[in-house]
Design a protein around this ligand. Structure first.
Ligand code: SAM
Ligand code: SF4
Length: 332
């Protein structure tokens, strides 16, 4: 292997997040406005072949070991199954995972498993269909529940659930979500709401914090911290529930950032490398691809992009600037 993706602080990126589209069939309030969001122009989107080539370069030339497909909603990408299939043929074989809102998963879970998908995260913030409708502005709660069950059926286990709690909307649901997830055998992780919504409506003061989530869970469950050593570069801090083996995770991106251990690199659906969710700059690989750049040249651009990664996301810095690109166009 040639170069690896290291930065000036000695972190090595081995986990690649690939956004397959910026479009979505939900409109979660913490992510997208009801309407008016401009989609990326079709000609600007990477083709399936271009995505597969960039993932190959990342895996075979740059030491990436895990590839997670996300978006927008990645299941809206018609070529998803084939992209997974091609990535599963790479040597060394990367771990392949998907973050999805679960709509359409009931139909696709088996094909994705057969294509080589290893793991799946499904986003679900509420057990109440009415709250789901308020939060996502769509009436699709049942599709997500069915998608989760299909993922288990297809063997995409352990199925993980991502939940974002919003003050005054679903903040009271933490214990019920955990109880239900334990019953169903899903591994639940709460994510603190981050300033990445397209409408720039995030407000630190009204964000539900990890501390509040844990306090609310502790009213119903005994939580014991898992040793930090077992966390590695994973962003979730985990707790054993009622002595284990069941666990719950909390990703405290805002109040307890994990930048020091970050091992991620990101590729947007229009072919830009981002070295951080909160980066304000990007490196254009699409141009390099389309102007005949060699694998070596592209790998070098990627390596330089990661070398410039900042020490931390800086959400708490007084001069923090929310990136122009919203979460849905970065790839969460
Ligand atoms: N559409 C897919 C989904 O919802 O799982 C994949 C993309 S979505 C951007 C990835 C994850 O980011 C989801 O779990 C979602 O809840 C989370 N997310 C979106 N906006 C967020 C925000 N402002 N703060 C924290 N998490 C957010
Ligand atoms: Fe769509 Fe996921 Fe954003 Fe919700 S969080 S609007 S499902 S991209």
């Amino acid at each position: 292997m040639g170069a690896v993706l290291v930065d000036q602080f000695g972190r090595r990126a081995v986990d690649l997040r690939v956004s397959l589209t910026d479009r979505c069939n939900l409109r979660c309030t913490y992510c997208m406005p009801e309407e008016g969001l401009q989609w990326l122009a079709k000609p600007d989107l990477l083709t399936d072949e271009e995505i597969i080539r960039l993932v190959r370069i990342a895996v075979t030339d740059l030491g990436v070991r895990e590839v997670r497909f996300t978006g927008g909603e990645p299941m809206l990408r018609p070529g998803l199954v084939r992209i997974v299939q091609e990535c599963a043929r790479l040597e060394p074989r990367p771990e392949l995972s998907l973050t999805t809102n679960g709509i359409g998963l009931a139909r696709n879970a088996t094909a994705l498993k057969e294509a080589g998908l290893d793991r799946i995260n499904v986003s679900l913030d509420t057990l109440d269909p009415e709250v789901f409708r308020t939060l996502t502005r769509r009436d699709r709660h049942q599709d997500v529940i069915a998608g989760l069950a299909a993922a288990v059926e297809a063997g995409l286990t352990p199925v993980k659930i991502n939940s974002v709690l919003m003050r005054g909307v679903n903040e009271h649901e933490a214990p019920a979500l955990l109880e239900w997830s334990l019953e169903q055998g899903y591994e639940l992780r709460f994510i603190e709401q981050m300033p990445l919504d397209a409408q720039h409506g995030w407000d630190r003061a009204s964000m539900v914090t990890a501390e509040e989530i844990l306090a609310s869970l502790a009213e119903r469950f005994a939580l014991t911290p898992e040793p930090a050593a077992s966390r590695g570069a994973a962003p979730a801090e985990r707790w054993l529930v009622d002595g284990g083996p069941a666990r719950v995770g909390v990703i405290a991106s805002v109040t307890r950032p994990f930048c020091r251990d970050c091992d991620r690199t990101r590729l947007t659906a229009d072919g830009q490398v981002r070295n951080c969710l909160f980066a304000t700059g990007e490196t254009d690989l699409r141009e390099a691809l389309r102007s005949g750049g060699s694998d070596l040249e592209i790998a070098e651009l990627w390596r330089k992009a990661m070398w410039g990664k900042k020490a931390g996301a800086g959400i708490d810095d007084p001069d923090f600037l929310q990136p122009a690109r919203p979460m849905s166009a970065i790839g969460g």
